[in-house]
Design a protein around this ligand. Sequence first.
Ligand SMILES: N[C@@H](CCC(=O)N[C@@H](CS)C(=O)NCC(=O)O)C(=O)O
Length: 194
Amino acid sequence: MRLYHSPGSRSTRTLWLLEELGVPFDTTVLTLEERRGAEHVTRHPLGRVPVMDTRGGLLFESGAICLQLADLHPEAGLIGPIGSHERGLAYQWAFYNATEIEPGVVEVYYHRESDPARAKVGRERFTAAAAAIEERLATNEWMVGDAFSVADVLVGDGMRLGAWMELLGDFPNIQAYVARLQARPAFERAVAVA
Ligand SMILES: N[C@@H](CCC(=O)N[C@@H](CS)C(=O)NCC(=O)O)C(=O)O
């Protein structure tokens, strides 16, 4: 398996999950120019990372890749069995992160200097969505059941983006969650890749 990766991007979550799984993989680190180059566009139509060359072929979209990797390694116990409620919750949080959490952060990132009103809308969108995560973490350590899972890689990385944009001021449970996740040895190995 080979991960096409750029440090400090959404491919970090994929690398982190690979480290959690403890499986062998290769990494190709791409610069911004390489991501947008003709060769990488054959892997991803928009020239983005992550792209993963898995056993069956190329895959893009970080959420899809992480769910597939968790499926390929059921022995790691990072996703519930097909049809179980735990599996449904993994899908729920994966989509919630991609469609409710990250768009708000992205609005803040791109418009915080050029368009404060638009950034404010992004901040409000993130805050409304993150409130559900804060509530879950008030009585639970992890997003699904009582153990770390693929949902924590996805939601946790979305929350890291929120921390980066300084959006977690009102969310002490999420702040503690992010600190807990960042202390994991697999996470530390993933962010050490330059
Ligand atoms: N929804 C995609 C987003 C991927 C994405 O936007 N990746 C950024 C880095 S975080 C990228 O590669 N951008 C390339 C560019 O801006 O040209 C995912 O989760 O994989």
